[in-house]
Ligand binder design. Structure first.
Ligand code: CTP
Length: 441
């Protein structure tokens, strides 16, 4: 299966990993999500190796011939190998973790592969494949992972799993909805129990936001949020957050605008300047899709609760700022965009200039009127790339002294170009002269 389903390069790395393990008298396994996805027929290239022995020393030895870089974390005895072409491989020392108290950071001790796998979240993530020659490709299934994959069930290994790490509640729902599985009966009961006890204050905000971001980065976050809502678990994000018809409408609109954005941004990369004077497009990878979903969640809770959520989740200043702008101004912006008579392109530009792509996409998702949506999309794809042909240097050669007048002229030239009132450089020059004459006595 490994040979058939993996790119040959990845297969070779696994072979080499096994051979090195044998030479250095340790046992090597590829574990977790990689094995799960391989068995599901959806192989990923996210490789996690576990070594019975010194994982960091092993990672260094594996990296050396390939001249790959190793970043080691001594405290956890883990390392990441980064190959020269950017391919990454996580290596961990087989270990057990003891929690001094629920939700604490664990203390770590070396152990065997089966103990290592015992500390994982769900049975479907406990599968391992041996890599040492002679046993290469053997599936190790200590906790019924294969049975649960076949039964399409998400099941925890023990009853304290969610107490030790309540972020697993989000993970359970994420995997359940991603794969179209069901929560096992006991696991469901445990999750409902966690919903009732107040672990939230003991859970670090940054770990919670990591999981929430992962969830909102999935293909269909709406299904996951709906399920969290049905299980009364959205209060983990904020007590005021509840599933509602309004939230449902917003969450249905978000993937449509994200798809649109991805399609148009791809076009941008291929497309040369189409509007006279327009510069080329914006890089799609700078836009965080999860943030648009996050904006939708924040839209349905009171403004004060938004501040509390952002502080608690410790989102970066950059992300928090984008969310705050959307929450505080989206309604006002949409009202301005809907004004009658319809805004001209230059007015649309002035309303939207400076907003993040995420906020603009959120506006599109929230807008009920098609014409308002079109105004935002025209800004994203066209208006914001438009520039006057004349530059400050041209104005200087026209005999004008640099000063506030420059800004005024360039801004009026931009408006005229957006509104289609000037076409050529000569048109712009004439307009500039008219503005100069009007302001100079
Ligand atoms: N894990 C865990 N508890 C957590 C986070 C992770 O037990 N709160 C374990 C899981 O068993 C998982 C492994 O750590 O297999 C690696 O985590 P991650 O990379 O997040 O999991 P994947 O299963 O690879 O998830 P994805 O498919 O979303 O990448």
């Amino acid at each position: 299966m490994l040979q058939g389903r993996l790119p040959s390069r990845v297969f070779r790395i696994l072979k080499q990993a096994g051979e090195l393990a044998e030479r250095t008298s340790v046992s090597a396994f590829v574990v977790g999500g990689f094995v799960r996805d391989l068995l599901l027929g959806q192989p990923t290239l996210d490789l996690d190796l576990v070594i019975e022995g010194d994982g960091i020393a092993y990672a260094r030895a594996l990296a050396r011939p390939a001249e790959a870089e190793v970043k080691a974390h001594d405290r956890f005895e883990t390392a990441v190998i980064v190959f020269p072409d950017g391919f990454k491989l996580d290596v961990a020392t087989a270990r057990t973790e003891h929690y001094e108290y629920p939700t604490a950071l664990p203390t770590v001790q070396r152990s065997s592969i089966n103990e290592d796998l015992y500390r994982r979240d769900f049975t479907i993530n406990t599968l391992a494949i041996r890599l040492n020659p002679g046993h290469f490709g053997e599936l190790m299934d200590f906790y019924g992972g294969q049975r649960d994959l076949n039964k399409r069930t998400i099941r925890v290994l023990h009853s304290l799993s969610f107490v030790e790490d309540p972020t697993r509640v989000f993970r359970a729902i994420r995997f359940e909805q991603r794969f179209g599985f069901r929560l096992g009966t006991e696991t469901l009961a445990l999750i409902k129990g966690v919903g009732k006890i107040d672990l939230i204050h003991r859970l670090s905000g940054s770990r919670l936001s990591e999981e929430l971001i992962l969830l909102l980065s999935e293909e269909e976050p709406r299904k996951m949020i709906a399920r969290l809502g049905a299980l009364n678990l959205l209060h983990f994000v904020h007590p005021a957050l509840k599933w509602s018809a309004r939230l449902d409408v917003l969450l249905k609109a978000v993937p449509k605008v994200l798809d649109w954005y991805k399609r148009t941004s791809l076009n941008w990369a291929d497309r040369k300047v189409s509007v006279a004077g327009a510069s080329s497009g914006s890089p799609a990878d700078l836009m965080d899709g999860w943030l648009v979903y996050f904006m939708a969640l924040m839209e349905v809770i009171p403004s004060q609760a938004v501040g509390e959520t952002l502080r608690r989740l410790k989102l970066s200043v950059r992300h928090a700022e984008k969310i705050r702008v959307s929450r505080d101004s989206s309604s006002k912006l949409l009202r301005r965009l809907a004004r009658r008579p319809p805004l001209r392109p230059a007015e649309v530009y002035r309303v939207l200039v400076g907003l993040s792509d995420e906020t603009l996409l959120f506006l599109m998702a929230k807008a009920r009127s098609e014409s308002v949506k079109r105004r935002v999309s025209a800004y994203l794809t066209t208006y914001r790339h438009v520039k006057p042909i004349l530059t400050g240097t041209d104005l200087k050669t026209m005999g004008l002294k640099p000063g506030p007048i420059f800004k005024k002229i360039l801004s009026q030239l931009l408006s005229a170009r957006l509104n289609g009132e000037v076409q050529t450089k000569a048109d712009e020059r004439n307009l500039a002269k008219r503005i100069i004459n009007a302001v100079t006595p």
